[in-house]
Design a protein around this ligand. Structure first.
Ligand code: IMP
Ligand code: MG
Length: 175
């Protein structure tokens, strides 16, 4: 099977510039925190987390969670499943959840109450991308890289059927 080349939506240069801005903002907001715990949501956030974390001016530790989001046929209340939890105890820590993309918001609506119940000192969210046309219901994102249209985006950690994650730019592919 041959797959088409994704159409460039956000260039490497634009990503780099935006991450520097985000890192500056986050570093300022957490300037008085002793340490920040970055919780990356696997797999999609690994590239963004790597780049963002290296530009922060505040000391940061890194942990990961893996979640599976189900499609339309899922049982209500069972749309998201926790596949892997953090290794560290997040209680008393300043936690910043790092996501690749907020689509419907289902993942964060499941994740945030779960993390909040563990007593972090603070809990915020940072998403590289957001699809405003798709978000349903309440979901608060503190830091957003870019808003994207309602198309399937790949690259820079994002996949379609596990492909394209290693592309250095963000592109769109036909569904
Ligand atoms: P949610 O709908 O906000 O819960 O998003 C669920 C997850 O679906 C995201 O964290 C991504 O991993 C994935 N996802 C949603 N839209 C896209 C896309 O356009 N490209 C790649 N992955 C996506
Ligand atoms: Mg994801």
């Amino acid at each position: 099977m041959t797959l088409g080349r994704p159409k460039v939506l956000i260039t490497e240069e634009a990503i780099r510039a935006r991450i520097s801005e985000l890192a500056r903002k986050i570093s300022g907001d957490y300037a008085h925190a002793e340490e920040l715990l970055l919780v990356g949501i696997l797999k999609g956030s690994f590239v963004f987390l790597a780049d963002l974390s290296r530009r922060l001016a505040v000391p940061a530790t890194v942990d990961f969670m893996a979640l599976q989001t189900y499609g339309r046929e899922s049982v209500p209340g069972e749309e998201v499943r926790l596949l892997m939890d953090t290794r560290s105890d997040i209680s008393g820590k300043h936690v910043l959840v790092v996501e690749d993309i907020v689509d419907t918001g289902k993942t964060l609506r499941y994740l945030l109450p779960l993390l909040a119940s563990r007593g972090p000192a603070s809990l915020r969210t940072c998403a590289m991308l957001r699809k405003p046309a798709r978000i349903s219901g309440e979901v608060h994102i503190d830091y957003v890289g870019f808003d994207v249209p309602d198309v399937w985006v790949v690259g820079y950690g994002l996949d379609r059927a596990d492909r394209y994650r290693a592309l250095p730019y963000i592109g769109s592919v036909s569904p």
